[in-house]
Design a protein around this ligand. Sequence first.
Ligand code: ZN
Length: 202
Amino acid sequence: MHSHTMRSIPMGIEEVVALTGKPSGWIEVICGSMFSGKTEELIRRLRRAQIAKQKVAIFKPMIDVRYSEDHLVSHNKQRIPSIAVKKAADILNQVKDAHVLGVDEAQFFDNSLLDVCRELANSGRRVIVAGLDKDYRGNSFEPIPQLLCEAEYITKTLAICMKCGNPASYTQRISKSSERVLLGATDTYEARCRACFEPPEE
Ligand code: ZN
């Protein structure tokens, strides 16, 4: 037996499970603004599972094919194979025997993603969901709030404000469009802190 009584840092998720020895599913949510490293963090966790020979399946909404149709790609060009699905329910049909599931860009799915994640976690799987928690107006971006409520583990990633360098949790749209879903990267959006974020007038 290992002794963990002297630990001063919080235990990692995998370690907690190893200590209890009891298999159970759970939900992890990684959320934050654009440029906060959500996809990088998702890819990091999924890679660790693959290295441990766990079966992994990764999903993203079909709407998001900015970088690749069949890979998850972070802004810094890390990539991992993924399956593009039209709606959240399609995830259930494609999970097969995977034990660890990743879902990126969760804000582009409808609220049924909550039921899908719950069902998968209830079946003993590890579900890792990444997405924007706020839209470009600074309002909460469903279904992330509902997923945060359901999740066992929550990570809020912060970017760095592109105006002043403070920790940033807002996504500032630079272009004029008022579509809620507007795909883009550095030419369309900036990470902003609370002080520098300017909600659009409309
Ligand atoms: Zn700022």
